[in-house]
Design a protein. Structure first.
Length: 293
């Protein structure tokens, strides 16, 4: 199947099943007492000594702030992705299904960004976003990433959060509003992942010099590190009375959290490897992202 044929199928799917968060979500519904904002076993400190010291209310509050952090990082990445997609189609034929689907995806991402912003507001939490270094990398991404590394970075920004939200949407321990936002996002995001995978496979099939291949491998690894290390901002810990530096060290050294991050990327990593974008020369970046052992 050609990329245009895939794009035509995705355009039909977009026409059949897309959501309007303003209409399809009850933003005024109060939170349900006692429910989590994400599953406790996915919280970064779960299983640590710090976690044992927290009371149940503090644990639930921490889950809320970690959701806010992950959503704000998702929003940050979608803003980066929209810039990359618009740059990608700037010189493309607007009659082509591929161009039209890319623009449809930009529309989806705009709605997702607004939806994430409204949910963070509803949580009453800060929009943590990435730390300054990640924010700077995000500004450079539309200039540096192209072809294989652009679509590989797209998958790194989309697939791990997609898997996390799929699991979140099914769990009745989690607040209904969070679950519904997750359900809307994963339904539409599945098309984006399909498009990125098809485009990446097509891009890596083209002949490139060894130096170009090496560039795309390095950019992919560094994108993975930046995204995965940005998911939980250190300031979330201060919201429950913990020292941010001490808690971040505990989280990054937490085997439960490391396993969660590997699980989030479990379906993505074999595909990136198959496309020749995971190199042993970037092992430090990949291990630091916790997407590989």
């Amino acid at each position: 199947m050609t990329t245009d044929q895939v794009s035509e199928r995705l355009l039909r799917s977009s026409a059949r099943q897309s959501y309007d968060p303003d209409v399809d979500l009850d933003w005024d519904a109060p939170p349900v007492p006692g429910l989590w904002w994400m599953q406790p076993e996915r919280v970064s400190l779960y299983g640590t000594e710090m976690w044992q010291r927290l009371g149940e209310e503090q644990r639930i509050e921490l889950s809320k702030h970690e959701v806010a952090s992950m959503l704000s990082v998702g929003l940050w990445f979608e803003l980066v992705l929209m810039q990359m997609l618009v740059k990608e189609v700037y010189d493309c034929d607007p009659r082509a299904a591929r161009t039209q689907y890319a623009l449809t995806e930009v529309g989806d991402e705009t709605r997702h960004s607004v939806m994430f912003g409204r949910l963070i507001e509803a949580l009453g939490a800060p929009a943590y976003g990435p730390r300054p270094e990640g924010h700077r990398r995000g500004r450079l991404a539309p200039l540096l990433l192209r072809g294989p590394s652009m679509y590989a970075a797209t998958l790194v920004g989309e697939e791990p959060l997609d898997r996390w939200q799929r699991d979140l949407a099914k769990d009745e321990r989690v607040q209904p509003l969070v679950r519904m936002v997750a359900r809307i996002h994963v339904t539409e995001e599945a098309r984006h992942v399909t498009f990125a995978r098809e485009e990446l496979a097509a891009a890596t099939a083209r002949r490139r010099s060894r130096a170009e291949t090496r560039w795309h491998q390095a950019m992919t690894a560094q994108s993975a590190y930046s995204v995965m290390r940005s998911l939980v901002h250190p300031d979330v810990y201060a919201a429950v009375g913990l020292d941010p530096r001490e808690a971040r060290r505990a989280a990054l050294g937490n085997p439960h959290y490391q396993q969660t991050l590997r699980w989030m990327g479990e379906k993505m990593m074999p595909f990136l490897t198959e496309q020749g974008l995971v190199s042993a020369r970037d092992r430090r970046w990949w291990r630091g992202s916790f997407l590989t052992d």
